[in-house]
Design a protein around this ligand. Structure first.
Ligand code: KG4
Ligand code: ZN
Length: 351
């Protein structure tokens, strides 16, 4: 079972070929991220235009790298939500056209679920990774991305429930906003993580939101960081936040980054551990762009009595391998196919 995956929900145009849900044959990602840096975040129109230019070259490259043609493909999987409308449309229209033209089954893929399935891709296929642990059920999924922060419990493939989620900002969004406050370029997550290495995580005390059950909140933390940066810079609340970074020393910025990251990680680890203790899953999977954060990986792994499973760094942020992997499991589990003549995008698709 060979599936071509297509992903275009945000600023990455991606295509990949995965065999049997676990074997990665190719993985191509073209990012328009550098075009958004000057604006401090993704500009939807620029992202959509970049997808139009990149999508066919990226798909052709993925087929070439997998040493196959579209005729060797058993189905096409495409992200149809959640994401930016204009961006999703390019991937979905391309997948629909290819499915009709080459008479292939089409699978509609939920982006958040796809992030979880990145962990099913065999890690022996990926350079530099020696472990080969496969997720098992029941499985707790900790989804931490730029758009989502969720805890999900999977009894089996396609049998899952949402335990809780953020009630405002996603954790990745908080990383990006804090980066902006201290003058680090977009995408902020990796830049905060790097700067935090030279800072002291205990230098400032920042609040952890106390939310019911397994829900999260990150907007208060973001505002607390803004107030802290203003205090450290010696300015009042009316001072333009765009100019705040210029008033902070490198040491102050590093300490703010480290203190913020520590609290953000503590929030996730605390809830994930609570869910582990209540539901006793046989494995825990970390998924989404923020899963690339090594400090989060280490602290969550240390807090759990089982080994944490997480994808290789390049399968944490948006890619199409995860989309193709979920497409394979959909096909193998006789899940419904999408109508290539009518599949719609759903920018606010939930799990
Ligand atoms: O999953 P993803 O690529 O896109 C969404 O589905 O949202 O996640 C992107 C998010 C961004 O907020 C980015 O800053 C964050 O993941 N991110 C990180 C790291 N690498 C990416 N956050 C913290 N530490 C990282 N190393
Ligand atoms: Zn994503």
């Amino acid at each position: 079972m060979r599936i071509l995956g297509i992903e275009s929900s945000c600023d990455e145009t991606a295509a990949a070929v995965v065999e049997n849900g676990t074997h990665l044959l190719s993985n191509v990602v073209a990012s328009s991220s550098s075009l958004h840096t000057a604006y401090g975040g993704v500009v939807p129109e620029i992202a959509a235009r970049s997808h139009i230019e990149a999508i066919m070259p990226v798909i052709n490259q993925a087929l070439d790298d997998a040493k196959c043609t579209i005729e060797d493909i058993d189905g096409i999987a495409v992200t149809n939500g959640a994401g930016l409308g204009g961006s999703l449309l390019i991937g979905v229209m391309t997948a629909r056209t290819l499915a009709i033209l080459h008479d292939k089954p089409l699978y509609d893929i939920n982006h958040v679920l796809a992030h979880v399935y990145a962990s099913f891709i065999s890690q022996t296929d990926i350079e530099n990774l020696k472990t080969c642990q496969k997720p098992t059920f029941p499985m707790l999924a900790v989804v931490v991305s730029g758009g989502h922060t969720q805890l999900m419990l999977f009894e089996n493939h396609f049998d899952y429930r949402l335990l809780g989620q953020t009630q405002d900002d996603a954790i990745g969004e908080a990383f990006d906003k804090v980066a902006k406050i201290i003058g680090l370029p977009y995408p902020g997550g990796p830049n905060i993580a790097k700067l935090a290495e030279s800072g002291d995580p205990n230098s400032f005390s920042l609040p952890i939101a106390r939310m019911d059950g397994y829900n999260f909140s990150f907007s208060g933390l973001k505002t607390a960081v803004l107030r802290l940066a203003q205090r450290e810079a010696g300015v009042n609340m009316d001072f333009p936040s765009m100019q705040l970074a210029g008033k902070l020393s490198e040491a102050q910025k590093a300490n703010i980054a480290a203190s913020f990251q520590a609290v953000a990680i503590q929030t996730i680890v605390g809830k994930a551990k609570k869910a582990f203790d209540e539901y006793s899953p046989s494995c825990v999977v970390l998924a989404g762009g923020v899963a690339a954060n090594t400090e989060l990986r280490q602290q969550l792994n240390n807090a759990l009595p089982v080994d944490l499973i997480y994808p290789d760094i390049k399968l944490c942020t948006d890619n199409a391998a995860m989309v193709a992997a979920l497409g394979c499991f959909k096909a193998e589990n006789n899940q419904h196919t999408a109508d290539p003549y009518s599949l719609e995008i759903n920018p606010s698709l939930s799990v």
